[in-house]
Design a protein around this ligand. Structure first.
Ligand code: AMP
Length: 521
């Protein structure tokens, strides 16, 4: 069965069962089937023929899923964009994806061919759109969704995930679910513009479980968050480790709060042994799984259950064994395979690897390639992650490049720098992660201004931050910004990032307020 057939099966057999609920509303499997069919028929009539993608803009409304499935029925890729992505960046995503239309469940804030929430709801409620020919079944190579992620040049880059990519991921991920669960409820924490959400939402919808989704407002208010957990009935937790770490601040976050919780699925960033140990103590009935993979390989390609034994003996947790049919190879700078237990770049070879970026990068060596080995001919992706294999188990050792994970989000410092340099006041920007105990706790930036810094410029830090938050999402905006009178250069005339790092680290003053001073060297 295809993904859609699986979801529709529940629409036909258990139409009254809740498929999704959040603070923004709830929807049953029957409604999901009916509404997405109606919306698809309406769009089929009204949209021009080329199969351009359809962007879906909103947050945690149940109609997000209606829109995703409507696009899928039409065989058009959907592009999920969370409303916390500022309009400027959304606009760039629309341009890059060539989206034909935005299904806007929230106010767009600018002109673009769009269908507003009221129109979407009215089409969904209109039985005139019930009748019609069946939609053509998608081919495995058709694109299900286009996920945009941080690109080092400042332009978000789109990863087209095909039906066969997604099916390859889901059929494997399903094997980690608890079998025979009576009322499975899967936690959705990630926004729909982060591919981690595919793990909870599609795993739930294709197996008839309920998605319990947390809005950003609930996630950032502890009393509401814990209240939500208590009433959620969540049995499977899917989140970044950062989110679980945040929930741990109060001791009441434990098995009594989530009595039905049996599994934690973590993905997207390093799972620290200390967090894993603490979770095991607080949730004695739950098992922990660490998944690893980039968006380019569809959510995750390796996974391991974190056992008590692992936590006794090692201080770096494995990210697991590769999914069946896939392979992990560790290679050196020349792309040559390295022996076991030797650290190198992680290459993923799997049916869930995408073919390339939406608009392929114009670099000489694509990171996507056909991998050929005796008996194997599959797409591979050079991740830029460092790691090693030991007895078939993969260990993650960090990045080869500047890319970081902050609160589970993927951030290219170059993306932030390019956006900072778009600001009229900023000449040059260098963005670096701030670490505490080897974990990224935020971003920091050093900037030079277009005009010579004056004492009165100090208030500009707040202005830069404010202007920047119009261009990029909050989590990408550096918390600490320091104005330099000039950028340190290396002997070949390039910005000396090591020196900038040192400068930033030696600047101990708080830069959260407007009281910044220019650092003269
Ligand atoms: P994204 O495409 O946003 O899912 O980010 C993918 C990147 O997140 C990977 O290339 C890794 O650098 C990192 N990552 C994903 N899963 C893990 C994990 N379990 N442990 C450590 N890093 C991870």
């Amino acid at each position: 069965m295809t993904i859609l057939e699986k979801i529709d099966h529940f629409g036909n057999t258990v139409p009254d069962k809740t498929a999704f609920s959040s603070e923004e509303g709830a929807i049953t499997y029957g409604e999901l089937l009916l509404y997405s069919g109606r919306l698809a028929r309406y769009l089929q009539k009204t949209l021009p023929a080329p199969q351009n993608p359809i962007a879906v803009y909103g947050h945690k409304s149940p109609y997000m899923l209606v829109c995703f499935l409507a696009a899928a029925r039409l065989g058009r890729p959907y592009v999920p964009v969370d409303r916390f992505i500022p309009p400027y960046r959304l606009n760039r995503i629309l341009k890059e994806s060539q989206a034909a239309l935005v299904l806007a469940l929230d106010e767009l804030g600018f002109e673009h061919p769009q269908m507003r929430k009221e129109e979407i709801l009215s089409v969904c409620a209109d039985s005139a759109w019930d009748a019609g020919d069946p939609f053509p079944a998608p081919l495995g190579t058709d694109i299900l969704y286009l996920m945009f992620t941080s690109g080092s040049s400042g332009q978000p880059k789109g990863v087209p995930v095909s039906y066969s990519n997604a099916e390859s991921f889901l059929s494997w991920a399903e094997t980690f679910l608890e079998s025979g669960e009576e009322a499975p409820v899967f936690l959705n924490q990630a926004p729909y513009s982060f591919d981690l959400s595919v793990m909870d939402t599609y795993l739930a919808l294709t197996t008839g479980a309920r998605v319990y989704s947390l809005t950003k407002a609930v996630q950032t208010d502890f009393s509401r968050l814990y209240g939500a957990f208590r009433e959620s009935g969540v049995t499977l937790w899917v989140s970044t480790p950062s989110f679980a770490e945040m929930c741990m601040v109060d001791k009441s976050f434990c098995q009594e709060m989530l009595p039905g919780l049996r599994r934690f699925f973590f993905c997207g960033e390093t799972l620290r042994p200390a967090l894993a140990r603490a979770l095991k103590r607080r949730f004695p009935k739950a098992k922990l799984f660490n998944f690893y993979g980039p968006t380019e390989a569809t959510v995750a390609v390796t996974a391991a259950e974190i056992t008590d034994k692992m936590l006794e003996f090692i201080d770096a947790l494995p990210v697991g064994r590769v999914k069946p049919g896939g392979m992990i190879r560790i290679v050196d700078e020349m792309g040559e395979p390295l022996p076991d237990e030797t650290c190198g770049e992680i290459v993923i070879i799997s049916d869930s690897v995408a073919r390339d970026y939406w608009n392929p990068e114009k670099t000489l060596f694509s990171r996507f390639r056909i991998w050929e080995e005796v008996g194997v001919r599959k797409w591979s992706f050079r991740t830029g992650d460092r790691g090693y294999l030991k007895d078939g188990m993969l260990y993650f050792c960090g990045r080869m490049d500047q890319q970081i994970k902050y609160r589970g989000y993927r951030v290219e410092p170059g993306d932030v720098e390019s956006n900072m340099e778009l600001l009229p006041a900023v000449q040059n920007a260098v963005v670096l992660p701030r670490y505490r105990h080897n974990f990224v706790v935020g971003l920091q930036a050093a900037v030079t201004l277009r005009h010579a810094p004056q004492p009165g410029d100090f208030g500009q830090i707040a202005e830069i931050r404010k202007a920047l938050s119009q261009l990029i999402p909050d989590y990408m905006v550096p918390k600490k910004i320091v104005i330099l009178d000039r950028m340190p250069l290396s002997s070949n005339g390039k910005i000396n990032r090591a020196e900038v790092k040192e400068l930033l680290e030696n600047e101990r003053r708080s830069y959260f307020a407007d009281d910044c001073r220019v650092v003269r060297r």
